[in-house]
Design a protein around this ligand. Sequence first.
Ligand code: AHM
Ligand code: MG
Length: 338
Amino acid sequence: MSVNRRVLTLDEFTIQQLRDFPNATGELSNLLRDIGLAAKRVNVEVNKAGLVDILGDAGSVNVQGEDVKKLDLFANNQFMGVLRHGISCAGIASEELDDVVVFDDEISNNSKYVCLFDPLDGSGNIDVNVSIGTIFCVYRRITEKGNPCEKKDFLQPGLKQVAAGYIIYGSSTMMVYATRRGANGFTLDPSIGEFTLSHPNIICPENGKIYSVNHGNFFQYEMGVKKYIDACQKRNKTNGGPYTQRYIGSMVSDVHRNLIKGGIFMYPATTDKPKGKLRLLYECNPFAFIMEVCGGKATNGKERILDIVPTELHERSPFFVGSRMMMEELEESMKLNG
Ligand code: AHM
Ligand code: MG
């Protein structure tokens, strides 16, 4: 097999980026490489999920006599494990864990980053073979290096993110990550087991034709959201409607599609869940950062997601994210109608 040498691997790409910053320590590149490694391990298990009846269900013992873990716990342990053994991360917070995990060894205490992740988002979709994903983000710690990191390192507003990204375990497996310099997508080439640059410099179209929302909750949404959804369904010369509705129920896939094609994703507050469903730290902030880097917008309906100062690790937020013009139309509707 001939290898296309014009295609950069994730490692080659992050190292190449370092050349522009001769004083950079390479810690962030290391961390992204660690995340890529964990993603490849999780991908192998996600691909086997359909074999669960053959290999054994979570909590049971499989034919090789190994304990079978729930896939989201497996993913959590993979990401936590590679980051703990790496040299760039002082501690992690995960949607799967109640509290932060401080690594507290000499190398980790001297690392400048902390990492937050949702190890397997949309995991309710696993047993029906629908794409699922991992979401992550990286902050520079605010406590002094040389000491164990603390919870306040994790409770920073989203605008302080240094990098954010996601992995989709889908028809192909893909990793997208953004820094302030831009966002790039890497597709896993199974023949060489490497993420390779497939979507350089991603830009979200400023307008789109796709809206993604759970229509089952329609009557529980605020008036401004209902009116906007109405407008999405009408023929409208100014906004290019009617739009197409697409909702997988797996946020990584829904937002990825809208990022590439142009669109809006909404998880509004409902009367049952006045704070919405999605978690600010693990789901909203990373996607808000990625979307803003790519030219889009993200709000909770009232304020910019990245400006919110979190008070709790697992706090939830209504979430609206997408193409700039669609977001502005939604914001207008929420301002007028509440
Ligand atoms: P999870 O973190 O428990 O997997 O839930 C998050 C998922 C998102 O991926 C998705 O957008 C949303 O839940 C769907 O929720 P709903 O079924 O209420 O529309
Ligand atoms: Mg989740």
